[in-house]
Design a protein around this ligand. Structure first.
Ligand code: NAI
Ligand code: MG
Length: 503
């Protein structure tokens, strides 16, 4: 298997990838391929087999076969060992995985080089969970000697559909928990960034994961993605992406009433009170916004600043934004790389124009960097709008780029009202030295995660997900077991006589 489980080498620096179905790398049935380009200079970095409906059919049938033939009866301890091996391989290969992530997606090396280890943590957490999944026993409510117990069973075949903004870690979130719970998986990575998901496939084969337990089919949303979401042989879809796509997934899932969990982005309020240390508050706000060029679903994009601090905050935040080192993501000194695609750059540019028209004040950025070495890439400057009203589009809609909307608030009630006045509810944050106020706000903010005096804390052992149009279900943590298993109730009659009602 090792021979077939390798991407077909790099020719002229261009890598070639095939689909990964039933433990083998294979061309798509149609023979079609697509190119993945570097967002730094638009060069082709990979030619990738393009899966569509027939390939998804093959992958689902491989996953079903592996579920019935081996994985559903593989003891949890054995599943755990395999997940630990995959984790070790992710860690051992993390330098190369980081480099590929950066080539494909533009994520700065300072971040991408950690992703192998961060993904390994996800696999280790779920390796531990595999042996702790069980049902309960219970007594009947009425008289009589009966034993009741529940069996907690895997769902079967789980489909994972991932976005491009954190390709490897998203692939880990979709696969490790599903496998730990005894399901097999078909993963459809985002078309912009297929490389590290296929590398993960290669590493799972190297770890000895049985054939068909994980299948990876790169391809486009409306073809491969839709085929997976509507497939009658798929028991569950775990999706991360835009809410408009999320709605389509839910509609398609109705064909066989498969279950769905959705993680759908946000417009998260970062609420800063006037009692904070200014430098620390600015540093946390920069971190919350500009990581991964603002392409993080839970980025702190709506910065709400209390009126007494507003002017001082804006002055320092703009100054620091102008100093952010934008550049080639391969350079470890770079803090902000390009956006993922021309389309995404166009979207950010459109929102900058909308912000100006709406009457917000553009305080810095707003265009592409002047550095000629970045001219071919999808780069955008760190951009700050102030005097933003919460009704404006730049305060309400997900831009998914390095664009801050800075708003003013009066007091605690005002902050909560503005913070919650949005269609999303993925994350929220509060910066204050007042402990009581911080916890009061944590209760009142409608968001799946609330950060107090920090940002971007997301751990394999803590639930992550949204309120409102940010989706439903949770990923990470024990709560996720509920979404990847189902309960069966068993009743046993322990009485020595048999009730004969029809005697
Ligand atoms: P998207 O939601 O369209 O894509 C996410 C995944 O869904 C990809 O794998 C894609 O191939 C798949 N997909 C697309 N259409 C599908 C369909 N009809 N059926 C099944 N699968 C489908 O997001 P896209 O187009 O890449 O980005 C658009 C916007 O979405 C971004 O500008 C950003 O605002 C937001 N977004 C949010 C993310 C998040 O983490 N919440 C991640 C990526 C994008
Ligand atoms: Mg789309």
């Amino acid at each position: 298997m090792a021979g077939t489980a390798q991407p077909i080498g790099a020719e002229n620096g261009v890598r070639r990838y095939q689909l990964f179905i039933n433990g083998k790398f294979t061309d798509s049935r149609s023979g079609k391929t697509f190119e993945s380009i570097s967002p730094h200079d638009r060069s082709v970095v990979a030619v990738v087999a393009e899966g569509d409906k027939t390939d998804i059919d093959a992958a689902v049938s491989a996953a079903r076969g592996a579920y019935e033939g081996v994985w559903s009866t593989t003891p949890p301890g054995e599943r755990a060992k395999l997940l630990l091996k995959i984790a070790d391989l992710l860690e051992a290969n993390s330098a190369e995985l980081g480099r590929l992530e950066t080539l494909d997606m533009g994520m700065p090396m300072v971040m991408s080089s950690a992703m192998g280890a961060v993904s390994a943590d996800v696999f280790r957490y779920w390796a531990g969970m595999a042996t702790k999944i069980h049902g309960l026993t219970g007594e009947p409510m009425r008289p009589g000697d009966y034993l009741g117990y529940t069996l907690r069973e895997p769902l079967g075949v789980v489909g994972g559909i991932t976005p491009w903004n954190g390709p490897l870690i998203m692939a880990a979130w979709k696969t490790a928990p599903a496998l730990a719970c005894g399901n097999t998986v078909v993963l459809k990575p985002a078309e912009h960034t297929p490389m590290t998901s296929l590398e993960l496939a290669r590493l799972t084969a190297e770890a000895g994961l049985p054939e068909g337990v994980l299948n990876v089919v790169p391809g486009f949303g409306p073809t491969a993605g839709a085929a997976l979401a509507s497939h009658p042989g798929v028991d569950k879809i775990a999706f991360t992406g835009e809410y408009v796509t999320g709605r389509l997934i839910v509609q398609m899932s109705a064909s066989n009433l498969k279950t769905v969990t959705l993680e759908l982005g946000g417009k998260s309020p970062h609420i800063i009170f006037d009692d904070v240390d200014l430098e620390a508050a600015v540093a946390t706000a920069l971190f919350g916004l500009y990581m991964n060029s603002g392409q993080i679903c839970s980025a702190g994009t709506r910065i709400l600043v209390q009126e007494g601090l507003y002017d001082r905050f804006v002055e320092r935040f703009v100054e620091r934004s102008q100093q952010v080192k934008v550049g080639d993501p391969m350079d470890f000194a770079t803090r902000m790389g390009p956006l993922v695609s021309e389309e995404q750059l166009g979207k950010v540019q459109r929102y900058v124009e909308i912000g100006k028209k709406e009457g917000a004040r553009l305080r810095c950025g707003g265009g592409q960097p002047k550095d000629p070495t970045l001219a071919r890439g999808f780069y955008h400057e760190p951009t700050v709008f102030t005097e933003v009203d919460n009704k404006m589009q730049i305060a309400q809609e997900e831009i998914f780029g390095p664009v801050a909307s800075v708003l003013r608030f009066h007091d605690e009630d005002d902050a909560v009202r503005i913070g919650n006045d949005v269609i999303y509810g993925l994350a929220a944050g509060v910066q204050t030295k007042d402990l009581k106020r911080a916890h009061r706000l944590a209760k009142r903010l409608q968001a799946g995660t609330v950060w107090i005096n920090t940002w971007h804390m997301i751990e394999p052992n803590s639930p992550f997900g949204g309120y409102k149009l940010s989706g439903y279900g949770r990923e990470n943590g024990v709560a996720m077991v509920e979404h990847l298993t189902r309960l069966k109730q068993v009743w046993v009659d322990l009485n020595d006589f048999t009730m004969d009602l029809f005697a």
